[in-house]
Design a protein around this ligand. Sequence first.
Ligand code: COS
Length: 405
Amino acid sequence: MMNFDFTEEQELLRNTVRSFVDKEIMPYIKEWDEKQHFETSILTRLADLGLMGVCIPEQYGGSGMDYNSLAIVCEELERGDMAFRTAVSVHTGLNSMTLLQWGTEEQKQKYLVPQSKGQKVGAFGLTEPNAGSDVAAMQTTARDAGDHYVLNGSKTWISICDAADHFLVFAYTDKSKKHHGISAFIVERTWEGFSSKAIKGKLGIRAGNTGEIFFDNVKVPKENLLGQEGDGFKIAMSALDNGRFTVAAGACGTIMASLEASVKYCHERSTFGKEIGRHQLVQQMIAKMEAGLVQSRLLVYRAGCLKNQGKRNTRETSLAKWQACDYAYEAANDAVQIHGAYGFSNEYPVERYLRNAKAPVIYEGTREIHTVMQGEYVLGYRVDKPLSNMLPAWPFESVTEEAVK
Ligand code: COS
């Protein structure tokens, strides 16, 4: 049976995040964006609200809500600014959910529990200067040195790289095995040989923190290998199933924000003797935003429902991510258009939405990667196999290691 209703708990969650954003982000975001300042205290306050591990089982320090509740958090945060949604995407979507899916009980206790409580922040290191869409082109290596690995290389475009305590890092343990030679590691920022450096001058998400991380002979204990040697590519792809879900949900927030600003402006501004909202070509842009919002949400919640059922959702998540991010970019662009010359200045927030909206059309799988994936699915060239490790289905009864595996 299909049900399009939110639960009371989800409605309450949406209202909580919405008022948090209105009070704690909206009044300051223009300044943070201008100064390229990432306000890390927001993460602490999100943790106080239980939002740094919203869909992580309570036994691992989370709030135990379902996967669509994570989508709600992402939508509402991005309505304020993409920077904070990105932080939750990376911390919860790419890192914590991957630990939940692939970690041993010891790894979960040591890393997932403090992350879910927001006492520690997690990030994700996959992309390299010469390996973006082509993940297997990465050059970072992890050499087996007996009781530990030695990590060398660098990663770039790493969100919250200066704020994170733990990183999931992907490196070759055996280059000759191609993508089957990549492994995943949990790396702590305090370890010798680790460093990070922010990238300044980005087009958008200027209130966020993005940069490079470097490994210079970093010693990684054997127990920090996630999964088995050679599982890294699969782990990265399964992490992206969750990261992309949060990006798609966030895109709905950009559409909401574009729509809100545009509707307000339509009632404020008059041309040719009437409110601009009365002009049909303006109505067309508003109508497209509304259609984009509803369609994107349906795609996101469908992917979330599959996650709740513990089913593979790579195809559905990819479609949601591709479509929602395209709609968000178009919505922000139209919002600027509706605002006319004012939209071109930072007197109004819509220029920030447009600059921000460009990033998700590129990250977590470019528009082109998702287009090709969808084409391949339909043509039968891409077929998803059942996986040995899945996220636990929701409701989380008692998530034992056996249930997760
Ligand atoms: N979960 C688990 N395993 C997965 C998976 C998933 N979602 N997707 C693929 N795999 C597995 C496959 O089962 C396959 O396993 P075997 O080799 O054992 O059969 C393996 O991974 C290779 O997968 P696939 O054949 O699909 O790889 P391709 O080279 O065809 O395609 C693309 C990979 C291009 C789709 C992929 O590299 C990609 O998504 N690139 C974009 C990367 C990206 O989003 N980067 C942004 C990072 S921002 S954090």
